[in-house]
Design a protein around this ligand. Structure first.
Ligand code: SAH
Ligand code: SF4
Ligand code: F3S
Length: 573
């Protein structure tokens, strides 16, 4: 079981000797080779904010650092290298990191060897001066597409190849760093930077190629030993006017079909039971890949402001069917559970719906962000669909996959949103009855097209609408969960506590006074040797249960005995 908790945000300022007893850097570089390498290399700590894409990217960065011979520090205050993987989706996400600059500066004062790297969506090329001003404790900024260069740029790959922060840990960077047994360090790739639609990105195949290297060499340190993230497409070509992601992550770049399948195969061989395919818009997968005869049957033109020809190129439907068809040595399905996030309603194709219905591995859950229940607001948001289109797509999915759990994202208080328009969103929630809604107040993001619209909904009104919406949804989610009382859920036991979920920290945490419907299976003491466990049903519901710790990693049937607004409780059936 390798699940680790997310990095601690609260860290204590160290006393005199911050990093604990550490060997002094050798005065003479020639003696470096006589010192154990792990002591010469920085101990790192990765602080990850934001969505699953960031969590997946952090797995790759941690894996690369481990493969380079670095060790993970037990906490931020004990690290010589802090990597902050930022999110910029709302101002609050960036503010969290800005608010830590003082504490980081104090850590650096106590440990002069400490270096801070800032990467993720807050790093945008056009804004270098602003970055240094807002994040003064940072030594090195890397755009998301530069993350594979982390080890190289820190001078940890080889003494000769040191760029930027050579000797970051106060000692010469060792050459010929040995990877841990069985791990071959991925060859460094340095990207050539190009401008695409005004956004600086590395050469088009850079991320896909470096990911394949990292996977092949074992340089991905996964959060869980049970469920894995698998990135299939980087960037976003959509033009939602409020959104920073296309500016942070650049245009869409799909990983080659066979590279994704290879990673899925490797995950299955390593014992993973569930794979979640990741992309800002997974429905776009493949449109930018070369045409191939084996995909001749994929013929669908996709409109994306321009006409994109899909003919003879793989799509998500093709990909999930191929992963579903993978078989283990005994002929059983190699990947028993398959998910994907996020789907844009606009290009959710019939081919995809059919593949979801026909591929048994695909879980009966879909995250389909709607953002608003009003067409005019959707238009201002640049979402490219109407509520009628959204409902038609959802109807088609619910018809093809009865009982599918649907979740969504909503923004309240977008520019010009009237009370009536907000009311339309509340009504939509009541008609659709989502299992789960991730809602946030609109936060203007510098550089996005919506900056040209007045941010005219007062903060207090945004807050009040958000609270009303959350209250409405809590009722709906609770009712949805009560409908599952007495049913049997197939649960992948993921953790001894609560397993990973969507990108919202508060998910799964029942409010203290929350009502629990049904009979609480935890009211009585647990049998000897049993512990509390948690996992997700195929419908992506968080299920708490009890059993022997060895159940982690198994798929078990659970009878649902109690329901709260955000999770279920059950007993082994
Ligand atoms: N690609 C995904 C979403 C990525 S961002 C999609 O299209 O659904 C996750 C969510 O953050 C979005 O769905 C949206 O609801 C929210 N979000 C994005 N920009 C925002 C902003 N400026 N203010 C508030 N919420 C925002
Ligand atoms: Fe942002 Fe829209 Fe792209 Fe999602 S689809 S990442 S909301 S621009
Ligand atoms: Fe945040 Fe970037 Fe994800 S802005 S939500 S970390 S894609």
């Amino acid at each position: 079981m390798t699940t680790r908790s997310l990095p601690v945000i609260e860290f204590v300022l160290p006393a005199a000797s911050p990093a604990g007893p550490r060997p002094a850097a050798p005065a003479d570089a020639r003696v470096a080779e006589f010192r154990p390498e792990d002591q010469a290399l920085p101990r790192f700590w990765v602080w990850t904010l934001g969505c699953q894409m960031n969590r997946s990217d952090s797995e790759e960065m941690a894996g690369r650092l481990l493969a380079a011979g670095c060790a993970e520090a037990p906490g931020m205050e004990a690290a010589d290298l802090v990597v902050i993987n930022t999110c910029a989706i709302r101002e609050a996400a960036e503010a969290k990191v800005i608010g830590r600059q003082g504490a980081l500066a104090a850590l650096k004062e106590a440990n002069p060897a400490l270096r801070v790297v800032l990467t993720g969506c807050a790093v945008r090329e056009r804004d270098r001066a602003g970055l240094r001003r807002r994040f003064p404790a940072v030594d090195l900024f890397l755009r998301p597409d530069e993350e594979p260069e982390l080890v190289e740029r820190l001078g940890l790959a080889s003494a000769q190849g040191a760029v930027g922060l050579a000797g970051a840990a106060g000692s010469p960077a060792p050459s010929g760093v040995a990877a841990p047994p069985g791990v071959v360090a991925a060859p460094p790739r340095t990207a050539a930077t190009t401008l695409v639609k005004g956004v600086a990105v590395s050469a088009a195949d850079h991320l896909a190629g470096s990911r394949a290297d990292a996977v092949a060499s074992g340089a991905v340190r996964r959060e869980s030993a049970v469920a894995a993230w698998l990135p299939i497409i980087y960037g976003c070509d959509k033009t939602c006017t409020y959104c920073i992601v296309p500016f942070s992550r650049g245009p869409e770049r799909s990983r080659p079909f066979d590279a994704v399948l290879d990673e899925a195969r490797a995950l299955a061989a390593a014992g993973y039971r569930e794979i979640t395919l990741l992309g800002q818009n997974v429905n776009s997968y493949g449109h930018d890949l070369p045409a191939e005869a084996r995909f001749a049957h994929v013929a669908e033109a996709r409109r994306a402001g321009r006409q994109i020809d899909r003919a003879s190129r793989p799509d998500l439907a093709e990909l999930i069917r191929a992963i579903d068809a993978l078989r283990g040595p005994d002929g059983s399905p190699a990947v028993p559970r398959l998910r994907f996030v996020t789907s844009h309603p606009w290009d959710l194709s019939d081919r995809l719906v059919d593949a979801m219905a026909e591929a048994p591995a695909v879980c009966a859950a879909l995250h389909l962000p709607v953002q608003s229940g009003d067409d005019e607001v959707l238009h201002r948001m640049g979402r490219q669909y109407t509520i009628a289109h959204y409902e038609e797509r959802l109807g088609r999915i619910r018809e093809a996959i009865p009982g599918i759990a649907v979740s969504t994202d909503v923004i309240v208080g977008f520019c010009g949103e009237t009370e009536a328009q907000f009311g339309a969103t509340l009504r939509l929630l009541e008609t659709i009855r989502y299992e789960q809604v991730f809602a946030a107040a609109y936060s203007p993001r510098p550089g996005t097209p919506a900056m040209r619209l007045p941010d005219d909904v007062p903060a207090a009104v945004k807050r009040e609408r958000l609270n009303r919406l959350l209250a409405v949804q809590e009722e709906i989610g609770f009712a949805r969960n009560r409908e599952r009382l007495g049913s049997i859920a197939s649960v992948l036991v993921d953790a001894l506590e609560r397993p990973r979920g969507h990108d919202h920290d508060e998910e799964g945490a029942e409010p203290p006074a929350a009502t629990l419907a049904g009979r609480d299976p935890f009211a009585a003491p647990l049998p000897d040797g049993w512990v509390r466990l948690a996992g997700r049903s195929r419908e992506n519901r968080l299920v708490h249960l009890a059993g022997p710790a060895e159940l982690v990693g198994s798929i078990v049937d659970v009878r649902i005995e109690a329901a709260g607004p955000y999770s279920l409780r059950g007993i082994l059936a």
